[in-house]
Design a protein around this ligand. Sequence first.
Ligand SMILES: *[C@@H]1O[C@H](CO)[C@@H](O)[C@H](O)[C@H]1NC(C)=O
Ligand SMILES: *[C@@H]1O[C@H](CO)[C@@H](O)[C@H](O)[C@H]1NC(C)=O
Ligand SMILES: [Mn+2]
Length: 589
Amino acid sequence: AGFVWVTADRAALWTDGRYFLQAEQQLDCQWIIMQQGEDGYPSAGDWLLSVLSSGDRVGSDPRYVSISEWTSYSSVLEENNISMVEVADLFDEIWTEDRPERPNSPLIIHTLEYSGEQLSNKIERIRAELNADNSDALVLTALDDTAWTFNLRGSDRETSAMFYSYAIITPTDATLYLSNYTALIAPADVRSHLNTGTDGSCSEVKEYDEIITDLEALAAESGVNKIWLSPSSNYATFSAISGKEKLEASPTQLMKSVKNEVERRRYKECQIRDSAALSRFAAFLEKEVDAGNTWTEVSAAQKLLEIRQCDPAFHSVSFLTISAVGPNAAVIHYRASEATDKQINTDDVYLLDSGGQYLDGTTDVTRTFHYGTPSDIVKEAYTRVLMGAIELSLTVWPFGLHGTEIDIRARAPLYEHGWDYRHGTGHGIGYFLNVHEGPGTIRMGWSEDHAALQEGMFFSDEPGYYEDGSFGIRLETIVGVEKADTPNHFGDDEYLTFEEVTYVPFEPKLIKYELLDIKHRHWLNDYHAKCIERTGALLLDGGHQEAYDWLVARSQPIEDEPNWTNSGPASTPLVQLSVVIFSLLMALF
Ligand SMILES: *[C@@H]1O[C@H](CO)[C@@H](O)[C@H](O)[C@H]1NC(C)=O
Ligand SMILES: *[C@@H]1O[C@H](CO)[C@@H](O)[C@H](O)[C@H]1NC(C)=O
Ligand SMILES: [Mn+2]
């Protein structure tokens, strides 16, 4: 998540709030680090204009820059007589040593029992979109789009079960472009999967790099006038069809994010198994730290991976585990390395943000722990972050709202204390695909690309609070969008809300209970009861009695009845008397 400009004598990197600290720690003094969106830092375009002059040229390899980035920079630059030029194979020329080969892992068939929808049906739905839009073709360039559409997965990416690919879908053809394709489709089951030809919707497979010449040929056809391409595609695909493009997010983005019935049911089962695995780990680690044994960020993350790997449906981690002690927990996307590895101790918080890729889902969960006596500020932060997570989860809204309209719910308990966090509150999450998935998102700031929240989408609910150099708190629970059971439906609207699907208890010693109001308390009791109900049997059946005991100890109900003896004027005799008088007066009229 960054953007770099290199000039003859300067190099600058723009990155967002998640990476400010990390960039400072990892880049040397030759780099200018630009805090994207913060006061005092120029935008990438403004900076470039300030260091270049009329007649200069800026080059990049069009395969590695998106259409939207390329066109937004080139339009700013061209006004100043600076041109953007396509330099094919730029990196092939300058990065010759130690450059890893493009991965080329075998394909995994995502069968109907997991995907819930045939490939032929997905192609038909895409064709219906093309037809409705009067488009001649859809070009799929995002790896999760091709994986979802073709019900295939891979291991080309360490954490997201995808394979290098492109696809072109027309009213008559579906062509998948794969690296080294003859080897990939050699297995008979892959060939028969891709040719689910009973209804005539066979797919063709071609070599990965042929996409560009095929696009040029397609655009040159006289009957072809409109080719649908996502603005996040690379600029090389745009150049190939220039003049015939319809630039809009691919319809598969929305289709994929609204999970079907099979996916929803499987996904929830997957989250429950993953929650049980995390509780098992948390119970284990607590016992170890209490016993004075040495565990570090790196060794703890490794142990957690081993526990997740016990699940037969486990494929890989869903992102690089954030296992962070004390000040490291303030680095939002921290990755423990040998140089930074800290021991888990009784003075600091331990923040653990991790997830897995499973055949039946993708998980992402964060809990923050403390193995000694937490300070007041750490408890205050944990409690306000928890209140924010609860507030968001309790939100009920009419269909049509976007995440940006409800993000404030999670921040309010922090704002009230003059606190905030520099990241989004929730991201969409894939199904055995990307852990961050659009087009819905819960964050501040409006974007045209964001879709309204819909039933069947899943999001993270992950507020946080970070004190640089000291500690970080984040609590992350996955929630699914469900219909809300409201007594009314003003405006004939459907009302929506969230239901949690991650079941890992919160940490009683970090909660300042006096800050919680009745609805937080009800939520917490309800959630903890579900943690026991949904994951308890898995732990017991697996023979993990200690983990079960840990779960039950953390999930004890708290006082959630209002203390009516202390509840204000309604119970005083004077108020009761005036109610009687008022009633009498009403009776008279
Ligand atoms: C624009 O740049 C070209 C070189 O690419 C130069 O010849 C020309 O004079 C410049 N035009 C202006 C108005 O500066
Ligand atoms: C193509 O796949 C075959 C079989 O898996 C493998 O031996 C070969 O190295 C691959 N070639 C490339 C260029 O990846
Ligand atoms: Mn997350």
